[in-house]
Design a binder for this molecule. Structure first.
Ligand code: FE2
Length: 291
């Protein structure tokens, strides 16, 4: 099986000079939208921020949270932190300009999530298997149930030394769901209530979240799947921006350093094709609602 998981576009500008717009069907079908000529420009003074020394060592990223508008995970003197935050906020704003142009159908409904600067080398991270993002996975988080809300992410490789960000991209979501759904049991009665009650989850873990978390874990724990399933290697050179529904596209980050990422949330009913959303796909395969 040959996968062509990436659609490339010629844009050289984040704003209306575009020219790409109206590509909701492409991203909703599970393609990675790649913009190889769309760098995030850093000033000479900002280049020093491409260094892990600005990270506090506790979090793996430096991030700006919205709507609170506060930066976390960074250390430095006040002036530097102000400049660092301004750079990350500029990335958030340019990403928002971009997605509003690419996806006019979403405009009134997108919510801005965290913006992060990821200064560490992907290859050097010591993690357990569940947190190991060099294994193919869809994004799903134990403590942060999405309840069906979509995760749309804008990444940009800002490596100053010419190093690509290398990903593997895996099989389509529906094929992936069919692979593991028959072996996924329903959650235990009362478990969602208990997880919320004792503070493990920020909101109720719906059965949708349960299934998504199981898909995430099954894939990462399955060495045969990781090695033998249909997949493609993709190298995003510095100066490349890419946009993807990371709750739908199987992905693994294999190597690279220095990246910016902006998350947007979208309720699936505001997609151009709501039936292409993971929750709708899972509900169709299971023949019942996952609420
Ligand atoms: Fe991921």
């Amino acid at each position: 099986m040959t996968l062509t998981p990436v659609s490339a576009f010629p844009d050289t500008s984040w704003d209306g000079a575009g020219p790409t717009r109206g590509v909701e069907p492409v991203v909703e079908s599970g393609s990675v939208l790649s913009f190889p000529h769309l760098p995030f420009a850093l000033s000479a003074a900002e280049r020093k921020f491409l260094d892990p020394r600005w990270a506090d060592g506790k979090a793996k990223n430096i991030s700006v949270r919205w709507p609170a508008d506060e930066m976390r995970g960074a250390i430095g003197d006040a002036d530097d932190l102000t400049a660092l935050k301004a750079m990350i906020v500029r990335y958030a704003e340019q990403s928002e300009t971009l997605v509003r142009r690419l996806f006019p159908h979403y405009r009134a409904h997108l919510r801005r999530g965290n913006t992060s600067l990821r200064p560490f080398d992907v290859a050097g991270r010591q993690t357990n298997w569940r947190q190991d993002d060099t294994r193919l996975h869809i994004d799903s988080f134990p403590s942060n149930p999405m309840q069906g809300t979509r995760l749309l992410r804008v990444f940009c490789n800002v490596n100053p030394n010419g190093r690509p960000r290398e990903w593997r991209v895996g099989e389509p979501f529906e094929a992936h769901a069919r692979r593991y759904l028959p072996s996924i049991a329903r959650p235990l009665p009362g478990s969602a209530w208990l997880l919320a009650k004792i503070g493990i989850t920020k909101r109720r873990r719906t059965e949708y979240d349960h299934v998504m978390l199981q898909l995430h874990d099954r894939a990462k724990a399955d060495a045969t799947f990781q090695r033998d399933s249909p997949q493609a290697r993709v190298a995003f050179a510095p100066g490349t921006t890419w946009v993807v529904y990371s709750d739908q596209v199987l992905h693994a980050a294999m190597s690279g350093q220095h990246m910016l990422e902006q998350t947007f949330y979208l309720e699936p009913e505001h997609q151009q094709q709501p039936e292409a959303a993971p929750r709708a796909t899972l509900e169709r395969l299971l023949g019942r609602e996952l609420r």
